[in-house]
Design a protein around this ligand. Structure first.
Ligand code: GDP
Length: 196
């Protein structure tokens, strides 16, 4: 029950404040409101583990969850904030890019996107940074319960096609925090990256 044991470890406003860079880490990125917190909570079978920030841009911290002595999940600050200043956006970009590039224990990047409108500019930016860092990607198209089966298939195809030439392994999947569609699939990929 690795995921059930997930517990808050620490939060870090910058790289200097992150926990020891050893073992295995998997990070979750996503636009604000995409459904990232809900996905983390479902994957870990815990209702209040990851919390949504109601004021995007305010809590720009990397949040670390401990799974066991050598494994962690990381909740990256949400992006796509309409109302924050350019300075905050730049700070966020720098933090993301540096974390993805420099974190040795980071083994894979999960990008959570709303299945109804995936691959926005800022999603693409996040994906590009992950690719630049050589990270394998898990693209979680969430809120699949909001679409018919045909719409789910269309969105999956669109994203798979867009990423077909990516120079890193890319796994694209449908997910729902409501119906739990894709739960095992997501857990299996993350476990694999965590060396399990
Ligand atoms: P975050 O900002 O990316 O962490 O997003 P949240 O996880 O807080 O979700 C944003 C909103 O979308 C909330 O109102 C959630 O209840 C809703 N939501 C998240 N996941 C799903 C899902 O799979 N299906 C549906 N229908 N709603 C979802």
């Amino acid at each position: 029950p690795l995921f059930q044991r997930a517990a808050f470890l620490s939060s870090a406003p910058d790289l200097a404040a992150t926990p020891d860079d050893s073992g295995f880490e998997v990070a979750f990125a996503g636009r604000s409101n995409a459904g990232k917190s809900s996905a983390i909570n479902v994957i870990c079978h815990q209702k209040g583990l990851a919390r949504t920030s109601k004021t995007p841009g305010r809590t720009q911290q990397l949040v670390f969850f401990r799974l066991d002595d050598e494994r962690r999940l990381v909740d990256l600050p949400g992006y796509g904030f309409a109302k924050v200043s350019l300075a905050i956006k730049r700070r966020w970009q720098q933090l993301m890019e540096r974390y993805l590039e420099r974190r040795s224990s980071l083994k894979g990047l999960v990008v959570v996107m709303d299945i109804r409108h995936p691959l926005t500019d800022i999603d693409q930016q996040m994906i590009d940074w992950g690719i630049a860092a050589g990270l394998p990607l898990l693209l979680v198209l969430t809120k699949a319960d909001k679409l018919k089966r045909s719409g789910v298939a269309r969105s999956l195809n669109e994203v798979r096609k867009a990423l077909s030439a990516a120079p890193v392994p890319v796994h694209v999947m449908a997910f729902s925090a409501v119906s739990r569609l894709g739960l095992n699939e997501a857990q299996d990929q993350i476990k694999d990256w965590l060396g399990l």
